[in-house]
Structures are given as structure tokens and as C-alpha cells.
Ligand binder design. Structure first.
Ligand code: ADP
Ligand code: AMP
Length: 218
């Protein structure tokens, strides 16, 4: 199954993508994660991406599209994938259609996750990510049993650099201006499914799985 998750920062895309990818046995492709890995490994790609990420801006399309094209061409993505955080612009969406056509693949569904802005800010300000396995936690909504230590792998947790209040505001604005138009783009192609992303993680997973089933049966 070929799935795209769309939603503002903090909607729960990464959280749901990790769960759905494990359930469907397909790779979770998060462009944010790939950029962060490159930043921490100090690669040339990381060096280029870092300035934009720190400011809460998008990394330029040419860099992002080339990176995703390489990732989707890997053998593990041939049976399907869940894309989290890509596409984020109309140019990226068009390029994705082209990449998939070249690979003889199609998108099955684009899942839009809707939440209100206050909830997004609560989620982003308490988000913590495991430095070892990448599991996403939250200080109040999904806390670890030992403070700042991942229950799954024991590594320590970190707060993302871009989860600071000024950067959060910028990322919300970037979402509204550059990414929200994708909702129309995919609705016009009959690929959009919308879910309410407010509720517990389990409730949202149930809604997401239901929407994926419906998309496959139509
Ligand atoms: P995104 O990938 O869309 O930016 P994340 O999946 O990283 O969002 O989630 C942002 C924060 O909100 C994380 O700390 C996560 O633990 C928390 N979170 C995710 N889904 C929910 C939910 N349904 N209810 C409460 N908190 C959630
Ligand atoms: P995320 O982990 O999805 O919240 O992404 C973190 C940051 O990585 C974003 O704020 C952007 O700077 C960058 N990024 C991730 N995905 C993309 C994308 N598709 N296009 C451009 N920049 C991206």
C-alpha cells in the first residue's frame, strides 16, 4: 500500500506512521528523520538542510525531491510505503507523481490528519524523541516510565531543535502557505481521506486504519 500522510507539525503523522508501518510491514519514510540523520552525521546533505530546518523553513524542493527519489527506488519500498512529511509543496507533489510513474507505482491514499492549533502547540512543546530507536514520546500524553529514557530501547530522549515556540510559529505558517494547498490537489485526484486527529493515539490509529481500508476497497 502506498500512503501519504498530510497534516500540520504536531498532528501525529510520525506517531501514526510508526504504528501503521509496523502493522502493514511497509517502510516508514520520514523526510524529517532522513534530514535529521544527515545533520547528526554531518553529511553534505545535512549541512545544506540544517539552516532551513533551524529556521522552520522548508528545505528547497530540488534537494528534497532528489533525496526521496533515491529512497523510494530502494527495494524495500517496492511493495509500498508510508510517506510522512513529504510532499510538502505542490512542486514536490507533482514530482512524486512522476517518480511513482517511473517506478510503475501509484498512490493509494493521502490521509489528512486534522487538529486544532492549540492542541498542536501542546503536542509540539512536549514532544521528545528517542536518540536510539526514534520512538516519539510526549512528556504528558505519552510519557516514558523512567524520566527521559526510552522504554523500548533504553536510550535517552531529546527535544527537537525546531520545537521551540518561535520556530513552531514559523512552521505553522509555512504549513498553511505551502503545504495546505496539497489537500485540494489530492482531493481533485480522488485520493484524499480526512481523519480527525484529536483523541488518544489508539483512537486516531483506529480511524486511520479504517480510512485506509475504505480507500483500498473503493
Ligand atoms: P508530527 O509527525 O505530525 O509532527 P508527532 O507524531 O511527532 O507529529 O506528534 C507530536 C507530539 O504529539 C509527540 O510528542 C507525540 O507523542 C504526541 N502525539 C501524537 N499523537 C497524539 C495523540 N493522538 N494525542 C496526544 N498526543 C499525541
Ligand atoms: P518534520 O520532521 O516532518 O517535522 O520535518 C522537520 C523539518 O525538516 C521541516 O521543518 C523542514 O525544514 C524539513 N523537511 C522535512 N520534510 C520536508 C519536505 N518534504 N520539504 C522540505 N523540507 C522538509
Amino acid at each position: 500500500m502506498h500512503v501519504v500522510l498530510v497534516g500540520p507539525p504536531g498532528a501525529g503523522k510520525g506517531t501514526q506512521a510508526q504504528l501503521i508501518a509496523a502493522r502493514l510491514q511497509i517502510p516508514h519514510v520520514s523526510t524529517g528523520d532522513i534530514f535529521r540523520e544527515n545533520v547528526s552525521e554531518m553529511t553534505e546533505l545535512g549541512r545544506q538542510a540544517k539552516i532551513f530546518m533551524k529556521a522552520g523553513d522548508l528545505v528547497p524542493d530540488a534537494i528534497t525531491v532528489a533525496m526521496v527519489r533515491d529512497r523510494l527506488a530502494k527495494p524495500d519500498a517496492h511493495g509500498g510505503f508510508i510517506l510522512d512529511g513529504f510532499p510538502r509543496t505542490l512542486v514536490q507533489a507533482e514530482q512524486l507523481q512522476q517518480t511513482l510513474a517511473e517506478l510503475d507505482e501509484n498512490l493509494d491514499v493521502v490521509l489528512e490528519m486534522r487538529t486544532d492549533e492549540e492542541e498542536l502547540i501542546r503536542r509540539l512543546s512536549g514532544r521528545r524523541t528517542c536518540q536510539g530507536c526514534g520512538r516519539i514520546w510526549h512528556v504528558h500524553y505519552d510519557p516514558t516510565s523512567v524520566d527521559s529514557q526510552c522504554d523500548e530501547c533504553g536510550f535517552s530522549l531529546a527535544q527537537r531543535d525546531d520545537d521551540r515556540p518561535e520556530t513552531i510559529r514559523r512552521r505553522m505558517q509555512v504549513y498553511r502557505e505551502q503545504t495546505e494547498p496539497l489537500v485540494e490537489f489530492y482531493a481533485a485526484r480522488g485520493l484524499l481521506a480526512v481523519i480527525d486527529a484529536v483523541g488518544t493515539v489508539d483512537e486516531v490509529t483506529l480511524r486511520a486504519v479504517q480510512a485506509l481500508k475504505e480507500a483500498l476497497s473503493t
